[in-house]
Design a protein around this ligand. Structure first.
Ligand SMILES: N[C@@H](CCC(=O)N[C@@H](CS)C(=O)NCC(=O)O)C(=O)O
Length: 216
């Protein structure tokens, strides 16, 4: 299999972490693009993903873009039921939380850390305080849902980490960045869950270097 990723991306991180967790390193040829140098903007890569974005997985004749389905595909390929349940209701739970993180939780989180971390690291202008404040309000709304959900479990689907934790927690390094201004102290269960994800062996292997923690 060939996997196209970049160093500076929570979307790439979640897929790479799944590769490690599932023990697929030997079967996966990882190609890293430097997005800032425009290495992905070629006709060849556009033919692989017309969105011209990473991550992308190519497995024989099959090409798959979008981080969340790539992780599910890899888990199914491995028959990794504990990591990604395949029964009807288990799969619905995976889809529920992955939809939620894309649309709500990580969108709010991304809005904050774009202003507080990414802009500083990439030197692309001052943080917009109004956008930070709006992002924080939005984050509180959805983090409250996760806080309640984690009241009786360690991970999103129960007592073990699954593909859903890699999805919902994909921005962990940015959220835990000292300058993030993500109001995590108001959500102790969410904070503890993010910290435990950071300690997960496969997740830890894919931790961004300090200077590259501002992604997307
Ligand atoms: N929804 C996509 C998002 C992919 C995405 O936004 N990738 C970024 C890196 S995190 C990218 O490739 N950006 C390059 C570009 O837009 O030119 C996914 O989940 O895979």
């Amino acid at each position: 299999m060939k996997l196209y990723v970049t160093d500076l991306s929570p979307n790439s991180r979640r897929v790479l972490a799944a590769v490690h967790h599932l023990g697929l390193e030997q079967e996966t040829d990882v190609q890293k693009f430097n997005l800032f140098a425009g290495e992905h903007q070629t006709d060849e890569f556009r033919a692989i993903n017309p969105n011209v974005k990473v991550p992308v997985l190519v497995d024989g004749d099959f090409t798959l873009w979008e981080a969340n389905p790539i992780m599910i595909y890899l888990a199914d390929r491995r028959g990794a039921e504990e990591f990604c349940p395949s029964d009807r209701m288990g799969r619905i739970e995976v889809l529920r939380w992955q939809s939620w993180e894309v649309q709500h939780f990580n969108r709010a989180l991304g809005d904050i850390v774009w202003e507080t971390v990414a802009k500083q690291v990439f030197g692309i202008g001052p943080a917009d305080e109004e956008k930070i404040s709006a992002g924080q309000d939005n984050f509180r709304r959805f983090a409250g849902v996760l806080e309640d959900h984690l009241s009786d479990r360690d991970f999103v689907l129960g007592d073990k980490p699954t593909v859903v934790d890699f999805s919902v927690g994909s921005h962990s390094a940015l959220a835990l960045h000292p300058q993030s201004q993500v109001p995590l102290l108001e959500f102790p269960k969410v904070l503890a869950w993010l910290q435990s994800l950071e300690a997960h062996p496969a997740w830890a292997k894919t931790a961004p270097a300090p200077a590259s923690e501002a992604a997307e």
